[in-house]
Design a binder for this molecule. Structure first.
Ligand code: SF4
Ligand SMILES: [Zn+2]
Ligand SMILES: [Zn+2]
Length: 400
């Protein structure tokens, strides 16, 4: 059997087979499968390159029973002779684990420089380090974000990275993912901090989901809202509170290229250009009253992040939130995956469009700061008199 450590030395065509256990009739052979993670799980696929659906496939290790004479093609890396781990249809390149790492590192490092202009000595006036709160969840994106931030900035004594995790109170999902987040932070030597919805006074998300129908009956504005509508507002507020508690200068979020493209598409389809303009990164146009967000992974597709997280052996939780079904993002996710499969590079195009819209907006409103009101109840920034979080908290308090 070929061990995972030998993966890089696999030849272009694999003809190797190992004998089956005595009870089996067909031999086991190492193979590559093509994995499109947005649509169906890998085991639903047949073998072969015909399954390169979205232009982003992951060549993974597995064992499959094949006839002895069947030939499986394993692509080699475009930059060395090792077996490729991913294919970037938008660039035409195949990358092995090592070159995927250097490619992600390069993109992250470039974005960090563009989004966060750190001086050579970034310490504050009192000589304390510049604090970057890295929001982590136990999932792949934030795991890769934290490991890349440590890789790029970890040796700087004038910068402190703190990993922060919000506990929404979702049974069977948040506790295990939080353990992965803690394990990752500890393994990287990064301080780990948490804040829960209960501590914030929202109660557990599981409870909120139960009382939502009653809230919808009482308040027309709440009618038809999905769990993520509540959760998104509360998470944003919790992250702001965590940043304040830690006196963070900047907050780093693990949004990947797919997330960004989905957000652009959702805002466009709702006609919310202003909302698009306010998407992170905020360092060029800070929003008064909140810690600026940076999104260093914004040019890295989800598949590449996933493949790298697995390749690097990062501790990540693979579970799905039980309340995510029906969210608008799920529809947008499928649309973006389809667009990318038909036109490789579509995700990049959507994000480039956002950057151009932002520039045009800046040109058209040269003196406009991203000004917002302060909530008359909690003081958080909002475009209304009372912020959405306080409104929702009130609905919850009145819920039957
Ligand atoms: S999927 Fe929705 S409900 Fe679940 S954690 Fe994410 S935002 Fe919250
Ligand atoms: Zn390589
Ligand atoms: Zn408020």
């Amino acid at each position: 059997m070929i061990s995972p450590g030998q993966q890089n030395s696999l030849p272009m065509q694999v003809r190797q087979a190992r004998p089956c256990p005595p009870t089996e009739r067909k031999p086991l052979i190492r193979f590559s499968f093509y994995w499109e993670e947005h649509l169906v799980p890998p085991w639903a696929y047949d073998r072969g390159s015909a399954n390169q659906i979205t232009g982003g496939w992951v060549q993974a290790c597995g064992y499959w029973r094949l006839p002895m004479d069947e030939v499986i093609e394993v692509q080699t890396c475009s930059r060395c002779r090792s077996a490729a781990l991913v294919h970037q249809a938008y660039s035409g390149q195949h990358l092995c684990g090592r070159h995927l790492f250097s490619s992600i590192r390069k993109r992250t490092s470039r974005e960090l420089r563009l989004q966060l202009a750190l001086p050579k000595k970034a310490t504050r006036e009192d000589n304390s380090p510049f604090v970057i709160l890295v929001a982590i969840s136990g999932g792949k994106d934030s795991a890769v974000l934290l490991s890349m931030m440590v890789e790029i900035l970890g040796r700087r004594r004038d910068v402190e990275l703190v990993a922060g995790c919000v506990d929404e109170g979702i049974d069977g999902y948040r506790r295990p993912s939080m353990e992965y987040a803690r394990e990752l932070a500890e393994s990287l030597g990064v301080r780990f901090e948490t804040l829960s919805y209960e501590e914030m006074g929202y109660g557990r998300m599981d409870h909120i989901v139960q009382v939502m129908p009653g809230i919808g009956d009482r308040h027309a504005e709440a009618n038809g809202l999905m769990p993520c509508s509540f959760c998104g507002v509360f998470r944003r507020q919790s992250l702001n509170a965590l940043a304040e508690k830690l006196d963070a200068d900047v907050m780093a979020l693990g949004h990947n290229l797919d997330d960004m493209a989905q957000s652009v598409l959702m805002n466009l389809q709702k006609g919310e250009i202003e909302r698009s303009v306010r998407l992170a990164p905020h360092t060029k146009e800070p929003i008064e009253g909140i810690v600026p967000r940076i999104v260093p992974l914004r040019w890295v597709p989800e598949q590449e992040i996933h493949a790298y997280a697995i390749h690097a052996g990062l501790p990540i939780h693979h579970g799905e939130c039980p309340h995510s079904l029906g969210a608008m993002r799920q529809q947008s996710r499928a649309v973006v995956a389809k667009l990318e499969s038909q036109t490789p590079g579509a995700r990049h195009g959507l994000l480039h469009s956002l950057d151009q819209i932002r520039e045009l907006h800046r040109g058209a409103n040269p003196n406009s700061k991203q000004e917002v009101n302060q909530c008359s109840e909690c003081g958080e920034i909002t475009s209304r008199e009372i912020c959405q979080s306080c409104t929702m908290r009130k609905w919850l308090a009145e819920a039957p």
